[in-house]
Design a protein around this ligand. Sequence first.
Ligand code: B16
Ligand code: MG
Length: 226
Amino acid sequence: MTQFPKAFIFDLDGVITDTAEFHYLAWKELGKELGVTIGREFNEQLKGISRMDSLDRILGLDPSLTDMPEAEKEQYATKKNEHYKRLIETVTPAHILPGVKGLLEEIKQHDIEIALGSASKNAPAVLKQLGLMSYFDYLVDAAKVSKGKPDPETFTTASDGLGVAYQDCIGIEDAQAGVEAINQAHMFSVGVGELLKNTDHKVATTEQLDFQTILTKYAEWRNKKQ
Ligand code: B16
Ligand code: MG
């Protein structure tokens, strides 16, 4: 029997849109104040990582900053977020990554539910700017979970919110921590990015996210589990 999924859970940054660039610009701006240089290569490490964990990694670049008191860290994190919020005001539907809108349409046409599983507290604002809010049946952002990716909580909270069993869900991620989170939630993992490991299905770019191919691979995965 062909197995159909009941829900898709999308990561935001790197899957639906490339907010990583805005996070990068905002951290870079903060870096100037802290006296640390944040390069593009280093920024790769911050993808999918929470705001505070990202700040900790940045402070780790300069030994004189590593024991900064929590209250001061909060102030810097807030400052970065202020920069970031100003930058995302420029986000429009043109910033949706290629292939994503078509995939969302196809999922909806098949009466499959859609949730967001993002580590960003700004996720609802970004979805609104992109004009995609109406596609989503349930949103999980950092405000709803206590443990970030690679912990499975982001994805299990999404499927619990939709009332769907974990094995009936497909998660889509661009960060290794996110792929691990999906796998640990016992869901089918789709990875966007050639370097990702341990995915159940992998594509190089969002343009290659093909609904029928994902469904076929998912059905094979389910049949193997039985
Ligand atoms: P915020 P995702 C993540 O989004 C970003 O990849 C990561 O760079 C960012 O630090 C994190 O959200 C928190 O974002 O500061 O807006 O709460 O990939 O999980 O959608
Ligand atoms: Mg991501």
